[in-house]
Ligand binder design. Structure first.
Ligand code: FAD
Length: 618
């Protein structure tokens, strides 16, 4: 018998006892650490969500205050800069933080870069995951392989990432609703977290290579690891850009294999609860999308008791642009700048081939919102097939899955600057229409500037009808300027449709809208004679232009850009130098929103939709 508490003279018992203690401790850590990682991530998402809600609340307070102030002072007599006011220091610091973390980028390769915030977020995520996977593990230096003790924890921490990864990649995205970061911008995090998980999975499998793969559960694990590796490594950006549809189908299949086999693998260790929420989230997303499609198919809007024309209309406009007009489905409401996925069974190659396009109209109570309009630049796949389709015949059913994405809420800004290149106008046009509509029924902002760079002036037909209606009855307290830069030498800041659609377009030629036929355009269009519209037959000097706009703004300014990567970078670089003194003297804090139609393949603009939090000036 060993006297209670006296183990010192019995080494066998001591070893057995300390080993069972170590096992108990390890089991406890295996249970707790994955949850701790998860709590950390949830807290981070919660923090960003709170900042987003505060931002929205402040925007409405700011809007109220601005309305009051402008009712008292006319916009011309407003003093834009004064002496240094230290009460504006928090605003100046917030703006400096935004300028440094979101607008400075680190190039990676020739055509890719990450902003400072992306780098910091990625680094923090990697450190958290690996720290929790590797700490407090014992490693046996005599055994020349990855310590066995790492296996369980790295596997569990990898498994618990699955719901997050699926959640970040969904279209119907809870994280996006809470944080205000658009689903397509969250896609960067979806890819980054998947790649980090892949390395964790390798670490997990590396500790198990000595085991014979005979058990079905272990085979399932190997299958999941192989599918994940294939998905992360094979489908890199250039391939995604070249064969997007193939990427989508393969992604779906590989993702299904990963989640299902990870579930069976995790079930062996009774940690399937880490994996099944990922399946539930995925199924929920698909279910909601199916419901949206069904509604768009069955529930056409009724007007005064009768069905409005359910025939979608396709027009081919100069510059290889397609304007698609389709009736708004019942219950369909959207915010200016939101996106919808279009499925056209007669044009799509597969029944579910959907492409995202921005709704260029706004959701108002007027009769106009009975139609959704899309401005679609012809490229090389679906869009070219649509462009070359016989527009004299019906294009059949248009199924609409949406609305998606989180465009900026342009509320409570003193000045708003909207910049678009080419078809990027489908994003800035609805923002402009909404601001004009709101300024007629109250006060939307004091100064509104719209800039559009196009290769040819004739492209103005894309937006002319919508703009003409909106430019009626502009209130005198709104300083509105529309600048159109038409110059064929801005190929770099505007996409060149000739490059995108190198076959040329038969439909366009047949319709007599080929370049050259519209030479007398300038004189023949009413819109160009309106006083607020200025046409520049030159390349846009954006840095100087933006500098002047900032000088004429105060309090709080919103800059929104949608165009090629070159155009977006030019805007980002123009406002990335901190302006502490200017803000202290009354100059505007700037929030920048960058929208890129190339987001699906490039993530340069991730998180450029910055929060304007704490921008409530005294
Ligand atoms: C949020 C968002 C809003 C957009 N709004 C507009 C708009 O208003 N007007 C407009 O002209 N374009 C818009 N685009 C771009 C448009 O979705 C693509 O140009 C279109 O899907 C290309 O189809 P395609 O088969 O002809 O392309 P391809 O010529 O085969 O490829 C051209 C590029 O489009 C990308 N692409 C192809 N299919 C998809 C897809 N299903 N989803 C995302 N990217 C894809 C490819 O990766 C490639 O980089 C938007 C994109 C996004 C992400």
């Amino acid at each position: 018998m060993v006297p209670p508490g006296d183990y010192t003279s019995h080494p066998v018992i001591i070893t057995a006892h300390s080993e069972s203690l170590a096992d108990a401790l390890r089991d406890e850590r295996n249970d707790k650490y994955p949850l701790q990682v998860w709590y950390f991530l949830v807290c981070f998402i919660f923090l960003v969500s709170v900042i987003n809600w505060i931002d929205i609340a402040f925007a409405y307070v700011r809007a109220k205050r601005q309305r009051r102030r402008l009712a008292q002072t006319s916009s011309t007599s407003l003093s834009l800069r004064g002496s240094i006011d230290l009460l504006r220091l928090p605003l100046a610091l917030t703006d400096t933080f935004r300028a440094l973390s979101f607008r400075w980028t680190i190039p990676i390769g020739r055509s890719y870069s990450l902003n400072i915030m992306q780098v910091l977020l990625s680094a923090t995520y990697i450190v958290i995951l690996f720290a929790w996977s590797l700490i407090n593990r014992k490693s046996n230096v005599k055994v020349k392989r990855v310590p066995d003790d790492w296996a369980d924890l790295s596997g569990r921490i990898a498994a618990i990432q699955l719901p997050l990864i699926v959640g970040l990649g969904m279209k119907n995205n809870l994280i996006s609703c809470l944080t205000g970061v658009s689903f397509e911008k969250l896609n960067y995090l979806h890819r980054m977290t998947s790649r980090v998980m892949m390395v964790l999975v390798w670490l997990h499998s590396g500790t198990r290579v000595h085991k014979v793969i005979t058990l079905p559960g272990i085979r399932a694990g190997v299958l999941a690891a192989a599918a994940l590796t294939l998905l992360c490594i094979v489908w890199v950006r250039p391939i995604r850009g070249k064969a997007y549809e193939l990427f989508l189908v393969t992604h779906l299949l590989l993702a299904l294999i990963i989640v299902l086999s990870a579930y069976f693998h995790a079930k062996r260790r009774e940690v399937a609860q880490f994996v099944w929420p990922a399946m539930a989230l995925w199924a929920l997303d698909r279910f909601i999308r199916m419901c949206r499609l069904a509604i768009s198919f069955f529930a056409k809007k009724h007007e005064s008791g009768r069905k409005i024309s359910s025939e979608p209309k396709v027009e081919i406009l100069p510059g290889h642009l397609i304007r698609l007009t389709t009736p708004t489905p019942k219950f369909f409401h959207w915010r200016p700048g939101q996106t919808a996925y279009l499925i056209l069974p007669q044009i799509s190659r597969t029944p579910f081939e959907g492409h995202p396009f921005t709704i260029s109209t706004i959701d108002t109570k007027s009769s106009h919102n009975s139609e959704l309009k899309f401005l679609i630049q012809s490229r090389k796949g679906f869009t070219r097939r649509l462009h070359n389709s016989d527009i004299s015949k019906s294009i059949g059913t248009v199924l609409i899955d949406g609305p998606y994405s989180s465009p900026p809420r342009l509320v409570g800004y003193d000045s708003v600057l909207l910049i678009a290149g080419g078809s990027g106008v489908s994003f800035t046009l609805p923002l402009l229409l909404d601001l004009l509509e709101r300024s007629k029924s109250g006060m939307a902002c004091r100064r509104l500037t719209f800039v559009w760079t196009v290769r040819q002036l004739e492209h103005i037909v894309w937006i002319e009808d919508d703009l003409l209606g909106a430019l009626k009855d502009i209130p005198p307290n709104l300083s509105l300027n529309i600048h159109i830069f038409a110059a064929s030498n801005q190929n770099d800041i505007e996409e060149d449709p000739e490059k995108l659609d190198d076959t040329g377009s038969t439909a366009e030629k047949e319709n007599g809208t080929e370049s050259g036929i519209h030479e007398g355009y300038h004189g023949s269009h009413r819109i160009l004679s309106l006083p607020m519209i200025k046409v520049h037959q030159e390349r846009a000097d954006l840095p100087t232009f933006i500098k002047n706009e900032v000088a004429q703004a105060h309090d709080c300014m919103s800059v929104n850009v949608c165009g090629s990567e070159k155009l977006n970078s030019a805007v980002r670089e123009s406002i990335r130098t901190p302006r502490m003194v200017d803000i202290l003297r009354g100059g505007p804090t700037i929030s920048l929103h960058v929208e890129s139609f190339e987001n699906a393949v490039r993530v340069y603009s991730f998180l450029d939709g910055e929060c304007t939090y704490i921008s409530f000036a005294k």
